[in-house]
Design a protein around this ligand. Structure first.
Ligand SMILES: [Zn+2]
Length: 145
């Protein structure tokens, strides 16, 4: 399970290629992407903005939104929506569901058990094709996880 403290990836902007999935990685996009890779706690756009500002004080919120849109459009980042809360952003591109801990509010990525797909559990009509799957679980996790 990914936790905020245990899943830090050292990632300097220089390590991010100048182009990813056809998207030119400008300095701003690089910085936004780096922030998302560094702390995988599903931040909102505002949280990303505040983190990017630490190294790039002149960046605007609108620019951060534009960068996030471009990263989402190119499949580098997933936009995650929880009820009516502001969208959050997730760089984990492997199939997973989100578990929101009721006590801390933190969102954890939960992967599927080996060989298991969620669609195997659903009574889908024959021939149905799932193009996008979003599942959020709310509950409490054991302390320390
Ligand atoms: Zn996630």
């Amino acid at each position: 399970m990914a936790s905020r403290d245990g899943d830090k990836v050292p990632c300097a902007p220089a390590e991010i290629p100048s182009e990813l999935r056809g998207l030119r990685m400008t300095r701003q996009r690089r910085e936004v992407y780096r922030v998302l890779l560094h702390d995988r706690d599903h931040p909102t756009a505002n949280e990303v903005f505040r983190r990017v500002q630490e190294d790039m004080p002149t960046i605007s919120l609108a620019t951060v939104y534009n960068c996030l849109d471009a990263l989402v459009d190119h499949g580098l980042v997933n936009q995650v929506n929880f009820d009516r809360e502001p969208s959050r952003f997730c760089v984990n591109l492997t199939p997973h569901v989100h578990f929101q801990d009721r006590d801390s509010g933190r969102i954890h990525d939960i992967s599927f058990k080996e060989g298991c797909r969620l669609t195997d559990l659903l009574d889908l009509p024959e021939g149905a094709e799932v193009s996008r799957l979003e599942l959020t679980i709310r509950g409490t996790l054991p302390k320390g996880s």
